[in-house]
Design a protein around this ligand. Sequence first.
Ligand code: R5P
Length: 294
Amino acid sequence: MADKDSVPEAEQYHVDIPMEAEPYTLRGSNSLDWGFKNRLSNIFRPESGRTVMLAIDHGYFLGPTAGLERVDLTIVPLLPYADTLMCTRGILRSTIPPTFAKGIVLRSSGGPSILKELSNEEIAVDIEDAIRLNVAAMAVQVFIGGEQETKSVHNMTRLVDIGNRYGIPVLGVTAVGKEMVRDAKYMRLATRICAELGAAYVKTYYVAEGFDTVTASCPVPIVIAGGKKMPEQDALAMAYNALQQGAAGVDMGRNIFQSEAPAAMIQAVRKVVHENKTPEEAYDVYRTLKKTRN
Ligand code: R5P
């Protein structure tokens, strides 16, 4: 208990200095509560408003994906370079050191494996467990135009409702079915629906034509998935182009962990995302680090 005797008189009121409210500048997030903003700040770096999310949740429907066979050996060494890790609770509890103090984006939908209809997902995590794991956001797949479109949208809106109760943002992940055309028109539709229905931010794929219209018409931040493995320089160029056209970062998996030099690649991606390096400059960084095995 505070000492009752000799209490100094409070007098440092600084009446000549108006109290300033620091603006919260992440797109579309100004009206959110403190806990939401605090969690989002553990995903998007406040200085740049951008993020390098390392996505390693592929096993939730693919099983032991190439590059993720041994998360302890291949992914844990990359953690110092990620702003955020997107993973399942199984991998989180079994393999990720709890000393990892940056944001965790928890894969929170699932059900079907690669052998079945992928859009037939359910919510796969209880909010209590997400809170217990101290996650920064919950990620849910949304299959616009897919066989189970309504069900997947409902999964997202349920998670938004539950997340809103506890200040946990939801990441809407647009899943593009094989039968869908991957163009700006589709991406505008899918990302806007996620944002309209309450996602705090949205993950989608980059499209070469008109990606700026996708980011312009989505009122919350967009991050891009990396997609299938491509040459490192192309993946860096894709990230660069997406950022120039309004993306707030990447949620990249295979193009990092399936790279010949994953640690060099994620550091090169950081150069693009946080330092606005060109793909050529970032590729130089990649080649240099690859040689020195850093
Ligand atoms: C799908 O399996 C997951 O949502 C991935 O996190 C997402 O596709 C990003 O990973 P990648 O960069 O490998 O496409």
